[in-house]
Design a binder for this molecule. Structure first.
Ligand code: ATP
Ligand code: MG
Length: 377
């Protein structure tokens, strides 16, 4: 059997980009031989094994044939006769279809290296159109490498458009879409991901709630997304910023009524949903914090439940700064100090001063409001 390093590790090594995971392909072996060598099978429909020491994935060379809808509608054919070139042919992009032999030799039947040099994301074969997930993958790779000058080849974009015009995208599961979306959000140029989906009309199918992004002044959109990327590598902050921008024209209630089902449909983690909703609801007040009166400030603090959940504030402030990129946010300076003072108000102390029952509540509120009226600069 021969073993080759394939996929992202070969690509990123040639790009001088950090390599996080390594995928291997095994040619000329049977599953029995792999098991005999101590590899552990992965429970999936095609033969993939885990190396007993490194934990890395080793897949038997395989070809595939479309047999149904969506990402899973494939029939796989793995046998010791399948060649490396045949295995590389089933891959999505030429830059992902290179292999490296154990002696370091590069096997590159589809000119991936040349496309790397030309900064081109280009499909390997017309079979690209068989898997709708590739629309999302290409857009994600574009978001990852845009700063290096990578573009999607015109003929690949044309295939993405064709795919989006069929009903194939509807067959992607929420988990797959979310996984690609979450990873794209964390890439250096997340907006490129959405731009490409928009250009091939996949956004209207997968994330129609985000279409209003493209009616905003482009400069505002670019500036806010760039700022969110500069301030935070966290996908949840960037997600919140995008959803706040996309729902900007709506009333708060309508915006929530759009964000909630979107998160439900995508099965996004609770933390993403919560931050997106809170951000949309409160970012205008946070941005204009100094102009609020004492009761509005207290309402904000109570609405966000910040005395009990102070950990909510930092990501919110980041998202809020990205949404208001032109001026420093007063809330960034004064709100943490105010929270500190509010948290020192102690009902027990008020009780010791003789307040009880309804009067205790009223006095606490009065003192909270008093603290809210005077801010640090
Ligand atoms: P990453 O750095 O994100 O891991 P990667 O290219 O290694 O990038 P993986 O998802 O780990 O991506 O997949 C490994 C390889 O398998 C890819 O480089 C590509 O050759 C192939 N591949 C993965 N998913 C698909 C797909 N849906 N269609 C075609 N080829 C795919
Ligand atoms: Mg990989």
């Amino acid at each position: 059997m021969q073993i080759y390093l394939v996929g992202g590790a070969v690509r990123d090594q040639l790009l001088d980009y950090p390599v996080y995971d390594r995928d291997w392909v095994v040619v000329g072996a049977t599953p029995q031989q792999m098991l005999a060598q101590g590899f552990k099978p992965v429970g999936s429909e095609f033969p993939v094994f885990i190396h007993p020491d490194s934990g890395e994935e080793y897949a038997l060379a395989r070809t595939e044939r479309k047999s149904g809808k969506g990402y899973t509608g494939f029939q796989y054919h793995a046998s010791p006769e399948v060649t490396l070139e045949e295995d590389l042919l089933r891959r999505d992009l030429t830059i992902n279809a290179m292999a490296q032999a154990e002696d370091g030799q590069l096997i590159d039947p589809y000119q991936g290296r040349q496309d790397l040099e030309n900064r081109l994301l280009r499909h390997v074969s017309p079979a690209f159109s068989e898997d709708p997930l590739r629309v999302l993958r290409v857009a994600r790779f574009a978001a990852r490498y845009a700063h290096l000058g990578f573009k999607v080849a015109d003929e690949t974009l044309a295939l993405m458009c064709e795919l989006a015009a069929t009903d194939e995208l509807h067959h992607l599961t929420a988990e797959r879409v979310w996984k690609e979306l979450e990873r794209a959000l964390a890439e250096p140029s997340p907006l490129v991901f959405f731009d490409l989906l928009q250009r091939c009309d996949a956004l209207a199918v997968l994330l129609p709630e985000l279409l209003p992004l493209y009616t905003l002044p482009r400069e505002q959109l670019e500036q806010s997304v760039a700022k969110s990327c500069q301030l935070s590598k966290q996908a949840d902050v960037r997600f919140a910023v995008l959803l706040s921008l996309a729902t900007e024209a709506l009333e708060t209630e309508q915006a929530s009524a759009l964000i909630e089902p979107l998160c439900e449909r995508l099965r996004s983690p609770k933390a993403f949903r919560e931050l997106a909703l809170l951000c949309r609801r409160w970012h205008p007040s946070l941005a204009g914090f100094k102009q609020l009166d004492d009761s509005e400030r207290l309402a904000l603090i109570q609405g966000l439940d910040l005395l009990r959940r102070p950990q909510r504030l930092p990501p919110l402030l980041l998202a809020c700064q990205a949404l208001h990129p032109d001026h420093p946010l007063p809330a960034c300076q004064s709100l943490p100090a105010l929270l500190e003072r509010l948290s020192q108000l102690n009902p027990k102390q008020l009780m010791a001063e003789g307040f009880k029952g309804k009067a205790l509540g009223q006095e606490l509120q009065a003192r909270q409001l008093q603290l809210c009226s005077a801010l640090d600069d």
